[in-house]
Design a protein around this ligand. Structure first.
Ligand code: FAD
Length: 510
């Protein structure tokens, strides 16, 4: 595998240095930054603006045992059940025990969570949760409200510098120690750092239908691999059962949150029949993989490319208040969800696997951490319990920051040398065609229901593409993204072929 994406002879135009560099301004990156010792200088780098991330789009909310009828132990049990026996129990304990304290911290930071009449946090319920424990803000705009609040505080902190519209190319290492990052922003730049936290989010852009935005091309995962850090559990991709169905695929599928089913929404087919009844004791609120497969089978049976989510039992007033984003977006497309069932189909949504870390977010390279969706802490096992991901961003983002803050700092930050890559050659590349090919292959061969022969064919295709790109001079961000996507695609299909049994979100029909 190629160590660096740049070619020989490229020069850095500027070198900056910080105690800590955080890649990503989603909830993991922002919350980690706010938990760093204020005496440490910190840069938050983000590929586009703060409003382009999975965090910004999160609707349902954040799960934590904060209501009187709930306990971390119940949350633990639900998380383990959803994870189908593959969770790291120690990591889940940390998540559920420390989660309520991080929600309390968000309240103190003035994240505008919705409150009940007594002024307590309102808690909703989603698939796989046996208690109401999802806190939410502005109804279904939890991610946006949380990011807005945290980003405003981070921007005002003297020790934090925001650098937007910058592309992380590679992580620089020196003798198994992270020494900085190589980035592109109007030229190549090196940013030297004592510690780096990778909070680069998901991989949805590898699929045709995904809820993830344009930035989700797996750059952080591929960069970590090139630096020698292993990825784990890459076969476990969560497909959300209810993306808003569109005839023509969109660059990002609009999500109809699980919370709609939590409020009593039912799944029906063309004939108005509830097909999830009897498939699982929790019917429509079964874990996401079970509902996604139930929908796929119903689509095959009916020959249709979607089913319907019916919440018409609720009034316009209730729905527009509880789900303002969903209500508004559907209305824009001519669907009044208080009157008409919503057409839905499964879409790629979340990556359970990622960069292997310990319980402090630390990877096997000293000074290199990973948190949030890009990381593999083991909390999700084979399937993520709804609304546990933002909690993971908070708990492990804070722990990484605390781990960094607890280290003694001495001496100046050493400047890494510009990497010496191997020689590459000029190639004619149609980047849009290659990205499309990756998406089509992954959506055909690495989707909700998998078969050995398909995965083998897909792996061959993506490997061929990856190998051809490895030797080319990559002159644009888009080309680098394409190689990153192919690198991650190979990991997903290899892991999926390697796991012969069906478990959690990984379902093999053979
Ligand atoms: C539509 C939708 C709804 C969701 N609803 C919920 C929910 O209700 N509850 C819940 O718990 N979870 C939900 N999730 C999942 C959750 O939002 C994410 O898992 C979580 O927010 C990920 O946060 P993050 O900080 O790890 O990554 P992100 O928020 O995705 O941020 C990634 C950051 O990395 C940066 N980045 C990536 N590559 C590069 C690069 N090469 N160079 C520089 N920067 C880079 C991006 O610019 C971005 O700032 C939802 C996800 C989606 C898509």
């Amino acid at each position: 595998m190629r160590r660096y994406l740049v070619e020989r002879g490229v020069k850095a135009e500027e070198t900056l240095s910080f105690d800590t560099v955080i890649i990503g301004s989603g909830i993991a990156g922002l919350y980690a930054a706010l938990n760093l010792d204020k005496r440490l200088s910190c840069a938050i780098l983000t590929k586009e603006g703060v409003d382009i991330s999975n965090s910004w789009l999160a609707q349902g909310g954040i799960a934590a045992a904060v209501s009187p009828g709930d306990k971390p132990q119940f949350h633990f049990e639900d998380t383990i059940t959803a994870g189908a026996g593959l969770c790291n129990e120690k990591a889940v304990r940390v998540l559920v025990d420390e989660g309520p304290q991080d929600i309390a911290s968000l309240v103190k930071l003035n994240v505008p969570f919705d409150l009940d009449e007594d002024g307590d946090l309102q808690t909703g319920r989603e698939g796989g949760h046996r208690r109401n424990r999802i806190v939410h803000a502005h109804g279904d705009a939890t991610g946006r409200e949380t990011v807005k609040t945290l980003a405003a505080i981070a921007s005002a902190r003297e020790n934090i510098t925001f650098i937007q519209n910058v592309f992380l190319i590679d992580i620089l290492t020196d003798d198994n120690r992270a020494s900085g990052v190589l980035v592109y922003q109007d030229g190549y730049r090196i940013i030297a750092a004592r510690n780096i936290i990778m909070c680069t989010g998901g991989i949805g852009q590898l699929y045709i239908h995904s809820t993830n935005p344009s930035i989700a091309t797996g750059d952080g995962l591929a960069a970590a691999m090139r630096a020698g850090v292993p990825l784990a559990n890459m076969e476990f991709i969560q497909f959300h059962p209810t993306g808003l169905y569109c005839k023509e695929p969109e660059s990002r599928s609009f999500l109809i949150s699980e919370a709609v089913r939590g409020e009593g929404g039912i799944l029906i087919n063309d004939n108005g029949e509830r097909f999830m009844l009897g498939q699982h004791p929790m019917n429509e609120l079964a874990p996401r993989d079970i509902v996604a497969r139930g929908i796929m089978r119903e689509m095959v049976r009916s020959g249709k490319d979607h089913v319907f989510l019916d919440i018409t039992k609720e009034s316009k007033e209730f729905l527009s208040l509880r789900f303002p984003t969903i209500y508004g977006e559907c209305l824009k497309r001519g669907i009044d969800i208080s009157e008409t069932p919503i057409p839905v189909c499964p879409v790629q949504h979340y990556l359970m696997g990622g960069i292997v870390t310990d319980l402090n977010g630390m990877t096997k390279i000293t000074g290199l951490y990973a948190c949030g969706e890009a990381a593999y802490t083991g909390v999700h096992g084979a399937n993520r319990l709804a609304s546990n991901s933002m909690l993971e961003c908070l708990v492990f983002g804070r722990r990484a920051a605390q781990h960094i803050s607890g280290q003694a700092v001495s001496g100046s930050i050493s400047l890494p040398a510009f990497p010496e890559p191997e020689k590459t050659e000029e190639c004619e590349i149609d980047v849009l065609r290659l990205k499309k090919l990756i998406r089509e292959t992954m959506s055909r061969d690495g989707w909700v229901i998998r078969r050995k022969a398909d995965m083998e064919a897909g792996l061959k295709e993506i490997n061929r593409l990856k190998e051809s790109l490895e030797t080319c001079t990559l002159k644009s961000k888009s080309l680098m993204e394409t190689l990153n996507m192919a690198t991650v695609g190979v990991q997903i299909l290899t892991a999926a072929l390697g796991r012969r049994e069906s478990v959690g979100a990984h379902y093999r029909e053979d």
